[in-house]
Design a protein around this ligand. Structure first.
Ligand code: NAD
Length: 695
């Protein structure tokens, strides 16, 4: 028996012949294929009914439409007929009955393209309109590149598409993009009233607007030069240029470029990351508390404490920093002032001045001087006894319900929680350095952390503009644990004779934002060595060169020397370091060998995939996508490759297994045994990137 489905489109008729077509698909009205089909039917019915004098197209629950359902592209449904392109080209664009789009809240991507193809648009004042497709690696594919510039002018339209940003309806009210603003209290009534005024007028179409002017060619040439090498942005300009004189040529070119890019690996990788970030933000189903008053405390005014304080002050929180050492406290205040000035330079108007940001931060000497706060983040040195003492004092000082967070990179969050009377309110908030700039935030869920505390942390992360990912407790959480495995592979290649510059060049060529040894020189070679000492792995053969560097005080940029020399500001090869590594390798009996760029990339990246699978199997990450979000936002992994787990899928898990087995056959290669989760998925021919724990 055919299953009955709830209709996605509803029609309401008013006495004066205006039909309101209401779309209803989830909160965001994503334009999935069944909705497209029903929309065509509804428009057809209206067009063929002589009593219908105008149509209002709107979202049933407010939002007009946030555009395509991105996951459809990868299932093949996004491009399946009726596509949005043909819904518009073959139906909407052919209508002679006036159609008014009512834009409430959002019209983004395909949603705005649908609205642009209507004859008129009315909107609520705060509605946001934009074509963000370039952020997902492709371009608007349903006429947006032709109609948006015709609605708001060539320069503004192209700029909006290249930036992928949105504008508010009230900023363009009374123009071709938004004919009128309607009252948000009853927008449908406003739109129907507007429609009644246009029933007898000939229908205007954006496609008929002349786009070319004297400056069009030079503007497009200038814009094209500025985005050289960026595929989606160059495609936007190419499509606009093709339609300068002939809109139909523009539509054809747009469609050709859209299909090429939408089916590309980089667009698929960016869609994967977008959906993975959304999934990572999903909160447990519980009430979410917001901080009231918006006041937090940070314990420790060192590198991390300062950045965390600034991140919060930039998000308009009142911040109290506890730093007991008077000289360091003065340094904290000075460093915050410098960074606040840097962070506000070049910012858009309306955002607070450096003075305002600094004034929101108060430094004190003792925990006992703190006012009541809703959240406290501990960032004292990575020494368990010190942190236990801080947690006990915080527990005694702060009201019940205050969330106690630790920024520890490697210590046991459960042990810290156990030292308090409220382990349910203890959570890890692992910021990355510099904390006011890096977007990633690992939220560490302890064994006893309450779902309310996780929900709070996820909501709070968004308030301060971070990309959150929840991790279980375990050495290095998600990011540093997987990085450590890859670092070991890099360290072994150094011992086998690959030079730091060769490894960095190969991985930068592969797409990593910065080679791993340059990164280590920035972070400081002592930082991971401390963590290895704490976890008892510092004595491994792989870490001997790193330990030798630390012993000599060659910590990286901060000491002028590390894997490279840094005297001139630029990293320069250091023959002495290369000789030092060679000596250590000879002593250890490691034979030198040649490394191709391919081997370097395979070993550094596929080791992440293998450890990633272990992280999933151990329950440290809830989803494979979480790992990808961590690496794309915190470790310079190229978004065009979608993160290590997605990359494994793109390479093909059967190939991944084959390559790993090849390395496993080398002497001492047992660490390369492919993880059972990868092997199983390869056998079943299923992608690992969509793996999700059942909780
Ligand atoms: P840091 O040494 O720069 O700063 C620590 C500060 O804490 C110092 O100013 C010190 O005077 C102060 N302090 C010491 N005892 C204190 C006490 N009882 N009460 C209040 N303040 C006290 O260290 P950091 O690099 O900022 O690291 C802090 C924490 O953040 C560590 O747990 C570290 O593992 C973690 N972390 C560091 C990084 C990084 O890149 N540096 C990244 C993520 C997490």
């Amino acid at each position: 028996m055919p299953q009955s489905r709830v209709p996605l489109v509803e029609e309401r008729r008013s006495p004066d012949g205006v039909v309101t077509v209401l779309m209803r698909h989830g909160r965001l009205n994503t334009l999935v294929r069944p909705l497209r089909s029903e929309l065509i039917d509804a428009l057809d019915r209206a067009e063929s009914d002589a009593d219908v004098r105008a149509v209002v197209l709107a979202g049933a629950e407010g939002v007009f439409s946030a555009g395509a359902d991105l996951s459809e592209f990868d299932s093949g449904q996004g491009l399946a007929e009726p596509s949005l392109h043909s819904t518009i080209a073959e139906f909407l664009d052919e209508m002679s009955t006036p159609v008014v789009a009512l834009i409430d809240e959002l019209a983004l991507g395909g949603g705005l393209e649908l609205a642009l193809a209507c004859h008129y648009r009315v909107a609520t004042a705060h509605a946001r309109l934009g074509l963000p497709e370039v952020s997902f690696g492709f371009l608007p594919g349903a006429g947006g590149t032709q109609r948006l510039p015709r609605a708001v002018g060539l320069e503004r339209g192209v700029d909006l598409m290249l930036q992928g940003t949105s504008l508010r309806a009230e900023a363009v009210a009374g123009g071709r993009l938004v004919a009128a603003i309607v009252d948000a209290a009853d927008p449908v009534a406003g739109a129907v009233a507007f429609a009644s005024t246009v029933v007898d007028a000939p229908v205007p179409r954006l496609r008929d607007v002349t786009l070319r002017d004297d400056h069009a060619e030079s503007f497009l040439a200038f814009a094209a030069a500025a985005v050289q090498g960026d595929d989606p942005r160059s495609a936007v300009i190419g499509a606009v240029r093709a339609g300068l004189d002939d809109v139909d040529r523009g539509f054809v070119e747009e469609q050709r470029l859209f299909r090429r890019l939408a089916e590309s690996e980089s667009a698929s990788a960016r869609r994967h990351l977008f959906l993975a970030e959304r999934a990572a933000r999903r909160r447990p189903r519980t009430e979410v508390r917001l901080l009231d008053p918006a006041r937090i405390a940070v314990i420790g005014g060192g590198t991390m404490g300062r950045g965390i304080a600034l991140a919060h002050s930039l998000a308009e929180f009142e911040v109290w920093v506890v730093e007991p050492d008077a000289a360091r406290r003065a340094e904290t205040e000075r460093a915050i002032a410098v960074d606040a000035a840097r962070s506000t330079r070049g910012r858009q108007a309306g955002v607070g001045s450096a003075e305002e940001i600094i004034a929101r931060i108060t430094c004190v000497a003792e925990i006992e001087q703190l006012p009541d706060v809703g959240l406290v983040i501990e960032a004292v040195p990575e020494v368990m006894e010190l942190k236990l003492d801080v947690f006990r004092r915080l527990d005694a000082r702060l009201s019940p319900g205050t969330i106690l967070a630790t920024n520890t990179s490697s210590l046991d969050v459960d042990a810290l929680a156990a030292s308090t009377s409220r382990p349910q309110d203890v959570v890890g908030l692992h910021f990355f350095s510099p904390a006011h700039i890096m977007r990633l935030l690992e939220i560490v869920r302890g064994a006893q952390t309450a779902p309310e505390a996780i929900a709070f942390a996820l909501a709070h992360a968004e308030t301060i503009g971070k990309v959150p990912v929840v991790s279980g407790v375990g050495p290095g959480f998600i990011g540093n644990r997987i990085l450590e495995t890859s670092s070991r592979e890099v360290a072994l290649m150094l011992l086998e004779g690959a030079a730091p510059a060769q490894i960095d060049a190969a991985l930068e060529q592969w797409g990593m934002r910065m080679g791993p040894l340059r990164v280590l020189d920035l972070v400081g070679n002592d930082v991971p060595m401390h963590a290895r000492e704490a976890s008892g792995t510092a004595g491994e053969l792989a870490w001997r060169p790193a330990a030798a560097l630390v012993e000599r005080g060659w910590l990286g940029v901060k000491s002028g020397r590390g894997w490279y020399r840094h005297e001139s500001g630029q990293p320069v090869r250091d023959p002495e370091v290369e000789e030092l590594i060679r000596t250590i390798a000879v002593d250890a009996g490691v034979l030198p060998r040649e490394h191709t760029d391919q081997e370097i990339a395979e070993r550094a990246i596929l080791s992440m995939v293998n450890e990633g699978a272990a992280v999933l199997a151990d329950g440290v990450a809830d989803r494979a996508g979480d790992i990808d979000v961590v690496f794309a936002n915190g470790y310079g992994f190229p978004a065009d490759r979608g993160g290590p787990m997605h990359f494994g899928d793109i390479l093909g898990l059967t190939n991944v297994v084959r390559i790993m087995e090849r390395y496993a056959r080398r002497p001492g290669g047992h660490r390369w045994t492919p993880h059972p989760l990868i092997v199983e998925h390869a056998h079943r021919d299923e992608p690992l990137g969509r793996w999700e724990a059942t909780r």
